[in-house]
Design a protein around this ligand. Sequence first.
Ligand SMILES: Cc1ncc(COP(=O)(O)O)c(C=O)c1O
Length: 388
Amino acid sequence: MIAHVEPFHATAIGRLAYELAASGRDVIHMEYGQPSTGAPAAAIAAAHAVLDAEAGGYWESPALRERIARHYREEYGVEVSPEQVFLTCGASPAFVLALSCLFRPSARVALARPGYVAYRNAMRTLYIEPVELPCGPDERYQITAAALDALDPAPDGLIVASPANPTGTVIAPEEMAAIAQVCARKGIAVISDEIYHGLTYGDAAQSMLQYARDDGVAVLVVNSFSKWFSMAGWRLGWLVVPPALIDAARARIANLFLTPPVLAQHAGLVAFDCRPELESHLANYAHNRALLLAALPRLGLQQIAPPDGAFYIWADIGHMTNDSLSFCRRLLEDTGVATAPGIDFDPVEGNRFIRLSFAASTREIETAIERMVAWFAMERQAAANGTV
Ligand SMILES: Cc1ncc(COP(=O)(O)O)c(C=O)c1O
């Protein structure tokens, strides 16, 4: 039987948003988790120079693999050899690569619910069974060592994301250590999605590699140029595997994906040296985050866990609807503000949630707030009157 895979519903909202914009409507994109800014200027300049100078065949940049290895030493104090780093077309294939290196069909892999839509759906395409652990505001929507330890039988694997999508919450260092201990004790392999590293509003996020022990269990790290580096369309990311899995990863990447775009690899290497420009994006997100958090009472939204990182607010709209997809569609059609339906991220309770991305410009966020305040007031009134 062919695996059933659910659609990514936010893409339907995205399509409608682009149709409306094409018909002349003023649309504000808060549905996709992507920076509205482009790649750093120096990275774009490097790509221009390469375009004129090189044929651009299949290629893996040794310098970029070395630069990524250096990044682990400098940012996390962790030794990673360039051979452990595999370059991919973004985090999405890196995740498939990681799953296929680690798990057989029917393996059970634990993850937090809510969580990024593709974790569950990519696992299903590989006939791996997602074991979703419901995580609420009390645990800040993140998996805990205690919940993982309580799973009987223990899962074969675990996915962690800190900061997470859709909530932006971070796992505290002591909880990371406790999770790593449970994994080592029970032989649970870990895939850590660190795509939002760099985008935090307090302490820097920790890498799961800081808790990997030589005698412990496999820890694989997924990362990408799509968020911090503001290069989603360049399709570049990476996977770090333990030495024991280098051959398995090499065989799979050559057969499944080959190499990422040459231009992106050259640009990505330069992007590592563009910190001031990237820090300015973070300052913009921090400002937008504060604006939205301050506006939540005016929107009648109380149930949120303030995000420690990424650029999302995961908001409970259960007092207005139990159908997040049609809520997002109506909000978009009426106001031009595109948001992501919670059903993507939580198949059980997601119909009472939406995700607001604040990776837009501050002017757009201010306009979106004004439009949503009036519209949400009407929705609350309609829900109170029983007319929706
Ligand atoms: C948590 C998470 N992981 C992975 C991805 C996929 O990113 P990429 O563009 O690098 O494939 C996303 C994209 O939004 C994400 O939010």
